[in-house]
Design a protein around this ligand. Sequence first.
Ligand code: NAD
Length: 315
Amino acid sequence: MVSPKTALVTGGAGFIGSHLVDRLIESSYRVVVMDNLKTGRLRRLPPEVNFHHADVSSAAVDEIFIREKPNVVFHLAAQISVRDSIRNPVPDAEANILGTLRLMHAARRHGVEKLVFSSTGGALYGNPDTLPCREDHPIRPLSPYGLGKSVGEMYLELYRQTYRLNYAALRYGNVYGPRQDPQGEAGVIAIFCMAILENKQPRIFGGGEQQRDFVYVKDVVDANILALNDEVVGPYNIGSGVGTSINQIYAMLGKVLRYRKKAVHSPARLGDVHRIILDSTKAGRDMGWQPKTGLAEGLELTAAYFRGALRRTPA
Ligand SMILES: NC(=O)c1ccc[n+]([C@@H]2O[C@H](COP(=O)([O-])OP(=O)(O)OC[C@H]3O[C@@H](n4cnc5c(N)ncnc54)[C@H](O)[C@@H]3O)[C@@H](O)[C@H]2O)c1
């Protein structure tokens, strides 16, 4: 019998990571998770997972590679708050730049076949000159978070050229769906869902006409799996190609959850781009990826999850 491949998922106890873990287990991988549980939750992980409570910027990384011998690595662990990256850029760089470097260094030394990096399409291009934005648009991040992801990508490219480490960097739009943290600063759909369900008035930063490219979490998981193909190398936008304003999201969720109150507006936030829409033609061409879940369906699924979550008691 052929022994199963081992996949290491950093940040596997997080929102996107835990959905990826579920898919990998369904696909018969042996799954190892490394997570410092900063925003991750152990209860999101199925019992089959080999869990290591460890930080990607610590020396534990090498020990985990020696012990677990992963064939492929999905690197999702990150400091994900744009605001925190502006307030505290040093810990952001430690996790997102040094952590990514430490991980790819271990991946190279231990002969990993593929490293799939969770990058960002929302925080990399700044306010783009052209929309939808392609991968070859200039990189002009407005925050240390965006800059750190871009440095991670540059290191990966250096490691590919120098050591032939095969990688794909997936530049996600605004990912949403079940399990997203409604207490976080990002994840506007989760935040609105929970506020509405708890009958608290949601807050919109700025006028609400700022546009984002929303992509459903299961579609992002598909992209991670497809990126394992040897021929899929370098950066790929992963978005819907459609810009949706925060005011539109508010109105759509209001319909789904039958909520009629007006939102409260607060001043716009530093580091937020005004409009971002991603062109994912390259992902379609090279890996056959396409978003399958439309926004209306994705919002229904997400709202249903949060309705259920309110009834469940967390483990
Ligand atoms: N959610 C989005 O819209 C979005 C958009 C673009 C990119 N991304 C990227 O996708 C990845 C996953 O994001 P998410 O939305 O699931 O966030 P999340 O916060 O739910 O997941 C991140 C996980 O990483 C863990 N973690 C954080 N720092 C760590 C460290 N130093 N060492 C080990 N573990 C650490 C957290 O505990 C958490 O489980 C991140 O790299 C993020 O930058 C997310």
